[in-house]
Design a protein around this ligand. Structure first.
Ligand code: ADP
Ligand code: MG
Ligand code: MG
Length: 250
């Protein structure tokens, strides 16, 4: 089943074109890697899918399960099962991670017509997943991402993803700032969420992450477009030859 269909997408910021005629099709069960040099528009693409304000879609369509995603508010998109793990997770002082997770999870469940989890059910679920990601109880009591290291922030994003059970997960440079041990933990958490009903878009600058999260498809973005698509071998080719070969093609 096709989950996400992007056709001829054009996006601008402050009347500057950033995404320029991008096409992408993602089916349930698939993991797509999007690679590309800095500034090629990877984060912009993820923000536009999630509905972050500040971008102007000047052309094209984004369909999610056949519905016009661009017509939906960000929270509606989340309720439909779209989840974005940000490249730079925001800090929310004054709201503990635990409270944030609980509020967000219950809002999502409500939007999907499911009841709230009881406190024991919720705690059991959070502790189980947090444990598998090496997230301590102390971290859960702290303000969201406040004083978290880069790796802790990324693990916290994966924790949210595991709890919200999205059908489309977009992971924007989830590997940035992670040492090798943290990378393994994060990748194993993500791999555990792969399923035939769920699709993932893994955005990364480096091939390294794709040794751990092996994608079904790899796309290269350059200057706001997908300039090449292929299987996981394409990532190896990129590692060997770099992005320069695609710069002229864009
Ligand atoms: P990537 O994630 O591939 O590194 P980005 O999507 O972050 O690329 O950025 C693509 C281009 O769009 C860059 O040239 C960047 O400077 C520009 N850009 C992104 N967001 C904004 C913004 N809010 N205002 C102005 N320019 C932006
Ligand atoms: Mg970048
Ligand atoms: Mg980026």
């Amino acid at each position: 089943m096709t989950l996400l269909e992007i056709q001829d997408l054009n996006v601008g910021v402050d009347s500057r074109e950033i995404i320029r005629g991008l096409d992408l099709m993602v089916n349930a069960g698939e993991v797509h890697a999007i690679m590309g040099p800095n500034g090629s528009g990877k984060s912009t693409l993820s923000h536009v899918i999630a509905g972050k304000p500040g971008y102007e879609v000047t052309g094209g369509h984004i369909l999610f399960r056949g519905e016009d995603l661009l017509e939906m508010e960000p929270n509606e998109r989340a309720a439909k099962g779209v989840f974005l793990a940000f490249q730079y997770p925001v800090e929310i002082p004054g709201v503990t991670t635990m409270n944030f997770l609980r509020t967000a999870l219950n809002a999502q469940r409500k939007a999907r017509g499911r009841g709230e989890l009881s406190t024991p059910e919720f705690l059991k679920k959070v502790r189980e997943v947090a444990g598998s990601l090496n997230i301590t109880r102390d971290m859960l009591k702290r303000g969201v991402n406040v004083g978290f290291s880069g790796g802790e922030k990324k693990r916290n994003e994966v924790l949210q993803m595991a709890l919200f059970e999205p059908s489309l997960c977009i992971l924007d440079e989830i590997d940035s700032g992670l040492d090798i041990d943290a990378l393994r933990i994060v990748a194993s958490g993500i791999n555990g969420l792969r399923s035939p009903e769920r699709a993932m878009i893994v955005i990364t600058h480096y091939q390294r992450l794709l040794h751990y999260i092996v994608p079904d498809y790899v796309h290269v973005m350059s200057k706001g477009r997908v300039v090449k698509s292929g299987s996981k071998e394409l990532a190896l080719e990129l590692e060997a030859c770099g992005y320069a070969q695609f710069e002229t093609a864009a």
